[in-house]
Write a new protein. Structure first.
Lengths: 100, 494
């Protein structure tokens, strides 16, 4: 098995932590947003930040010689966390709508 | 040109741009020309076949309508169209298989018959577009839809590029009217279409193609054996093949549905989370829905369906599944696979009541969760056993694999088996995470009460998922390019 590059780098672990926080923030923000305009701004901002953070890890990993398999592992892990966050978010939004 | 190619990344935006800017009156010309171009990127010299099939079915349908009221003549034209289309399909797809088996049989009897095999190429998508033309002619004959007068729109129905090569097998009354509609730009449709495409690419490139090498390591080496063929590796490879074929085929369908949806055209659903089926009958209501419904409407019901004597009903089931197996390919493995599913259905049908009584006697609620989960597991096991037959390269390979699965567990080293498969811990975790994402996405698509509104429900968390999916597709594509893994869609061979 190729040596892990991304998951053994302290800097990248911090980046991954930031990405996790972003997923959590995205999950919670859905319930806090009140206006449609605010909703769109949040989505675009979150998407842009998400894109940039993943790009940083992706490119850094490539430059440092991470294997494509490790990159894919990082991305699928992030995707899986995102899916969980999405599920929680929609549950929170539905609960909020029902309580109204 | 496959969906997951650079060529398609150029083709589709151009198609879409022209689709949006051309006037409706001439838009069909562009769509037809580019659909044929898409087909010719596969096999330019076999375009005449799809044209021939299109022409024969068009002419026969017009004549059926012209001789309205004269049922005998109508039937003659319907039979002509069906016979010609099936003859073409038989010749290109089954001639060599049938002739080889007949020759072998006759030679085994000592008759010394020469080999009759021809150098034939299997036309891409022939099974799919042939069935589409058949359903059109039969529907016109039945009077359920009028014959299409405009040859261009009819030809476009047969050759519409998103579903030309591997389905879904569209019905004419669903697709032809939509091809004639203006379908103005709609944000909802565009967003949903792009989402379908992204999910399709994820299924194909991230899941199916990554898994294929582990499946091939076992199934393509069944005859040589060694460390790659033991109980553990065959079990893992079979489970992975179940995931691979679902992701490969439903991924293609998702991309096809997405391409059409971006244009405002709704193709039929082809999969509905098949591995949560609780019976084999339920599985076939969820797997390759367009083919199942085709066989139901044009074979099963005309034969009498279930509205006949029991033995006739069960025979009808077996005929349908035998034909389904044959449809998939000219090989004994596909035929046996079809027959196996037929046997499953027949046994399921005959034991339905005794099983219900047994469940009641054991004190379980038949509609309860426990029974449901047990049924899901049993159905999945039966489906996987059938997939072994489907995937095996030959009957002798199948025998080796079955033997290894049931008896090849002695002295297995897990580490050596995983090494033989080429699997590392990173690969295993990635596969598990990919399947979790897949399952969650399928749940999203299948259980959301009103899918059309999902594009309007702006959710920041959802956008982060789709960004991740894009990156996953990019990374997986890199792996494929680096390792030269063959990335053809499985159902293209049918």
């Amino acid at each position: 098995m190729d040596e892990l590059v991304i998951f053994t780098s302290p800097l990248m672990c911090v980046m991954i932590g930031v990405i996790l926080l972003l997923h959590i923030a995205a999950a919670v923000s859905g319930t806090l947003i009140k206006s449609k305009k605010c909703e769109r701004i949040t989505v675009y901002t979150v998407s842009a930040v998400n894109l940039c953070l993943h790009a940083v890890v992706f490119v850094w990993g490539l430059v440092k010689g991470a294997s494509p398999e490790e990159l894919l592992l990082f991305l699928t892990a992030s995707g899986a966390v995102g899916i969980v966050a999405m599920g929680i978010s929609e549950k929170l939004i539905n609960n909020k709508k029902e309580s109204r | 040109m496959v969906f997951n190619s650079f060529g398609f990344l150029i083709f589709f935006p151009i198609f879409l741009l022209l689709y949006r800017i051309l006037p409706l009156k001439i838009r069909w010309v562009m769509m037809l020309v580019l659909s044929y171009f898409f087909y010719m990127s596969w096999q330019a010299d076999l375009l005449y076949l799809i044209l021939f099939t299109t022409l024969v079915s068009y002419v026969c349908a017009r004549l059926i309508e012209k001789f309205d009221g004269r049922r005998g003549i109508q039937k003659a034209f319907m039979i002509t169209a069906v016979t010609v289309s099936l003859a073409v399909l038989f010749f290109f797809k089954y001639f060599n298989f049938v002739s080889e088996n007949v020759v072998n049989f006759l030679n085994a009897m000592g008759l010394g018959v020469p080999d009759l095999a021809l150098d034939l190429i299997l036309p891409v998508g022939i099974s799919f577009y042939t069935f589409q033309t058949l359903s059109y002619v039969i529907d016109v004959y039945r009077g359920t839809m009028p014959a299409e007068k405009h040859f261009g729109y009819y030809a476009l129905y047969v050759s519409f590029f998103p579903q030309l090569v591997a389905g879904p097998i569209e019905r004419p009354d669903n697709l032809i009217p939509q091809l004639k509609e203006k379908n103005p730009f709609n944000v909802n449709d565009t967003v949903m279409g792009l989402k379908f495409m992204l999910v399709g690419f994820f299924k194909k490139i991230v899941v199916a193609d990554q898994i294929s090498r582990y499946v091939d390591a076992v199934y393509n080496n069944a005859s040589t054996g060694g460390d790659t063929v033991n109980g553990f590796t065959v079990l893992v490879a079979t489970l992975l093949f179940a995931v691979q074929i679902y992701c490969d085929f439903s991924g293609y369908t998702d991309i096809a549905i997405g391409c059409a949806r971006v244009m405002g055209i709704r193709l039929m659903q082809n999969f509905n989370d098949p591995y949560v089926a609780t019976t084999i009958k339920d599985f076939w209501r969820r797997w390759h829905i367009s083919l199942t419904s085709w066989f139901t409407d044009y074979v099963y019901i005309p034969l009498g369906g279930s509205r006949c004597k029991k033995w006739r009903h069960l025979t009808n089931i077996m005929i349908v599944f035998l034909l389904s197996g044959i449809w998939h390919g000219a090989a004994w493995t596909y035929i046996i696979w079809g027959v196996l599913h037929g046997i499953y259905q027949i046994i399921g049908n005959l034991t339905a009541k005794p099983r219900s009584r047994l469940i009641a006697k054991m004190g379980f609620d038949e509609k309860g969760r426990a029974v449901r989960y047990v049924r899901m597991v049993i159905t999945f096991i039966l489906v996987c056993l059938a997939w072994m037959v489907f995937r095996a390269n030959s009957l002798s390979d199948l025998g080796t694999l079955m033997s290894a699965l049931f008896t090849g567990w002695g002295g297995i080293s897990l580490g050596a088996s995983l090494d033989a498969l080429g699997m590392s811990a990173v690969n295993i975790i990635t596969i598990i995470l990919s399947v979790i994402i897949l399952k969650a996405l399928d749940l999203q698509i299948n259980t959301r009460p009103n899918l059309d509104n999902s594009a309007k429900l702006i959710n920041p968390a959802r956008s982060t998922v789709y960004v991740c999916l894009c990156w996953c597709v990019a990374a997986a594509w890199m792996i494929l390019l680096a390792s030269n893994i063959e990335s053809a869609f499985i159902y293209f061979q049918f």
